[in-house]
Design a binder for this molecule. Structure first.
Ligand code: AHR
Length: 337
């Protein structure tokens, strides 16, 4: 572990010694940078410890995200303390408190929901442990509680879904009845994807949102809520699901009801994980907005910079695209996750 101030003198001495020996061993902090404690020890080779509090294992996206973080930490030579909150905020808060007690060098986490983080983030700040938000944001007004946010523009993702729908129904008078499977209530991607989609279709009165409910980002949740939607509404034209997994669960419910997904009910989802892309290529989903889970390399880079005391941008966004059925067929053979 990186015992900040107390190691500054040691780091300087070690750097001198290594330089004297002509040693070119790999450093975990950027060359020539100072430590997070502000000391002047260039070329430090201390082990960086990162505490990462993950949301859970609710979806294919999350599994790919966890794999990316674990693999990248190993490749970067960063010691990873990993905790799975099983989609419960109280578990994440407990994990962050434990990281503070262990005096890790950096804490990173993907907040289950947006609100309720100020107290624990203030504890990290008082302990002088920098925090990086990955994937999901917090709604705190105090931006000094974290160094950066690394992830997607979820509002834009919702807008892309809505724009596709407008194009798809450009020549039809409507009404177009839409049902929505929301992500976890209070989570940034659920709030923002709903907002972005609603904004995109707002100007056209033919689009009717007839039901909207959370499926908690899980396949089981998507299936269960879609079953209820199908029982309550006989005239569903479109399903907008906030992730692939809920869309895949809904497909099971639609097929069980004797309907053809992708035809009787058009389906738009977000993520573009392999299972979703396969369903898109098979014609069961009509359009997917990509959300990139491979945040590990950028996170490790940010961790090293923060430990080295370097400035990093307050927001680092990932690049993302969208997929039609034809594009999914072309992309599937080389899809990593
Ligand atoms: O926060 C990202 C979202 O969380 C993904 O879209 C979803 O699949 C996951 O559970």
């Amino acid at each position: 572990m990186f015992k900040k101030a107390s190691l500054v003198a040691f780091a300087s001495a070690a750097a001198l010694l290594l330089a004297g020996c002509g040693d070119d061993s790999d450093d975990t902090a950027s060359p020539g940078s100072s430590s997070a404690a502000g000391g002047g020890g260039g070329g430090s080779s201390e082990q960086i410890t990162l505490g990462f509090a993950q949301v859970g294992a609710e979806s294919g996206w999350r599994t790919a995200n966890t794999d990316s973080i674990k693999k990248s930490a190993e490749e970067a030579g960063i010691e990873l303390q990993f905790s799975d909150a099983q989609q419960k905020q109280e578990n994440q808060i407990r994990a962050i408190r434990s990281f503070i007690q262990q005096k890790v060098d950096v804490i990173a986490f993907s907040p289950v929901i947006e609100s309720g983080w100020d107290a624990v983030l203030n504890e990290a700040k008082r302990a002088n442990i920098p925090v990086i938000l990955t994937d999901r944001a917090v709604d705190s007004e105090d931006t000094s509680l974290y160094k950066t946010f690394l992830g997607s523009d979820f509002v834009l993702e919702g807008q892309k879904a809505g724009e596709w729908l407008k194009e798809e129904y450009a020549d039809e008078a409507g009404p177009v009845n839409i049902v929505e499977l929301q992500g976890t209530t209070g989570a940034a991607p659920a709030i923002d994807r709903q907002q972005g989609f609603a904004d995109a279709i707002a100007g056209e009165s033919k689009f009717k949102m007839i039901a909207s409910q959370t499926g908690d980002f899980t396949r089981a949740g998507g299936k269960q809520v879609m079953e209820a939607f199908l029982q309550a509404h006989k005239d569903i034209d479109v399903l907008y699901a906030h992730n692939d997994d809920m869309g895949l669960g809904a497909i099971e419910a639609i097929e069980a009801a004797g309907l053809t997904p992708g035809e009787d009910i058009k389906i738009i989802t977000v993520d573009a994980v392999k299972d979703g892309m396969q369903a898109l290529a098979d014609g069961k989903i009509n359009f997917i907005v990509e959300c990139n889970p491979l945040l590990g390399p950028q996170l490790m880079d940010a961790v090293k910079k923060v430990v080295a005391g370097e400035e990093i941008p307050p927001r680092i966004e990932t690049e993302e695209t969208t997929f039609t059925q034809e594009q999914a067929k072309a992309a599937l053979p080389t899809r990593q996750y």
